[in-house]
Design a protein around this ligand. Structure first.
Ligand SMILES: Nc1ncnc2c1ncn2[C@@H]1O[C@H](COP(=O)(O)OP(=O)(O)OP(=O)(O)O)[C@@H](O)[C@H]1O
Length: 361
């Protein structure tokens, strides 16, 4: 159950296992454990970033939360409005689900692929009103689309143009206008700036931040870019092979990571030297992400972990809250979380990625 009145989303023990089949009869010979027991909470107006290397299960988690794909098990409690009762998205019938989904918006990585090239901006941004039969008056529809375009910094006079007339950044603004059309409570953004020019990324991130404040949006922000996380996120959940291995406040995670995987991710981000000279300190993570179809025994990170001990090969560590009694929770899944002195990076909550693409610039 979801008890906290401040929560917009509570994900409990979510799993998504994709069957691996073989042969003519499509016999199931195994499972890809893309999401494997993920739990987290998102408060009103908050941004939670899901980070990790490619293949760790971030996108699958986001899609299960919106029930764009069917989770294998677990619950996703969602409160569509501040005074509404929470519902478990995973238990809804099709029609109720569709009603509830209007309170959720989704922004994708590639604004070239996500916008239908044969539709005008008016049709793209206005489509949610049409398909849900919320507006039939053409004038009113144009007025609403114009106001949405203004919100995202686009000239409403361009609403009759097609996507090809716009740059990547402008296309992403159109996609954002569409995602916000029905005034959602929750926005799931999956790498929304990764496909854009570095110079445009900062503008789009700033826009997302402004829109969040104006419309009290809660963001589930999927990204592999820690500069983006630093700029936008209140909290961070680090995923590795379908599981959350560390979850806490952004500042905590950056300055005092407690999981070796987080340390490795942070080390892969370029940092600024104390003397002011920027140095690319790109420590590439050794080895590949474990195959979620053959998850290693014990801690899934142990084959790549520089601190691994025998216990790590045999026993899976539980997710434990390492924070003091009065501090914000800091969850870590590592046998040695309270022993290791791991390296973080300098953290500045005001950093703006994009101009340089670097977190501490
Ligand atoms: N439909 C599917 N069938 C089988 N396996 C899948 C399917 N979708 C995803 N997977 C697998 O699940 C795992 C997690 O994928 P997911 O896309 O969620 O990761 P990710 O962290 O979002 O990575 P990326 O940033 O590359 O999208 C991967 O191993 C992927 O190959």
């Amino acid at each position: 159950m979801m008890t906290d009145p401040d929560s917009v989303l509570e994900v409990q023990d979510l799993t998504k296992h994709f069957p691996i089949t073989r042969g003519f009869l499509r016999r199931v010979i195994g499972h890809v454990r893309a999401v494997d027991g993920v739990s987290f909470r998102l408060r009103r107006g908050e941004t939670l970033a899901l980070v990790g290397e490619s293949g760790c299960g971030k996108t699958t988690t986001g899609r299960c939360v919106m029930r764009a794909i069917e989770p294998t098990s677990g619950s996703v409690f969602f409160r569509p409005a501040p005074d509404a009762s929470p519902v478990d998205i995973t238990r809804l019938d099709r029609r109720t689900l569709r009603d509830i989904q209007r309170h959720m918006g989704m922004i994708f990585q590639d604004p070239y692929a996500s916008l239908n090239p044969r539709m005008t901006v008016l049709e793209i941004v206005g489509e949610p009103f049409i398909t849900r039969k919320l507006l039939s008056d053409r004038r009113e529809l144009e007025r609403r689309v114009a106001s949405l375009l203004q919100n995202v910094g686009l000239d409403p006079a361009l609403m009759r143009r097609y996507p090809h007339a716009f740059s990547g950044g402008q296309r992403q603004r159109i996609a954002i206008a569409r995602a916000l059309a029905l005034n959602p409570t929750l926005v799931v953004a999956d790498e929304p700036v990764s496909a854009l020019d570095v110079s445009v990324q900062a503008q789009i991130l700033r826009l997302l931040k402004d829109l969040q404040q104006e419309f009290h949006l809660s963001y589930l922000f999927i990204t592999h870019n820690l500069a983006v996380v630093e700029y936008l996120s209140d909290r961070v959940a680090v995923m590795y092979v379908g599981k959350i291995v560390e979850l806490g406040d952004t500042a905590q995670i950056f300055t005092r990571p407690r999981h070796p995987y987080t340390e490795a991710l942070l080390a892969a981000v370029p940092v600024i030297e104390v003397d002011g000279e920027r140095r690319r300190e790109r420590i590439v993570l050794e080895g590949d992400v474990a195959d979620p179809a053959h998850v290693p025994d014990g801690c899934a990170f142990h084959p790549r972990c520089p601190y691994a001990a025998p216990i790590c090969r045999t026993q899976e560590p539980p997710l434990v809250n390492m924070a003091g009694r009065d501090d914000a929770p800091h969850w870590v899944r590592c046998h040695f979380a309270d022993e290791l002195e791991l390296r973080g990076v300098a953290y500045s909550a005001t950093a703006t990625p994009g101009a340089t693409g670097q977190p501490n610039a």
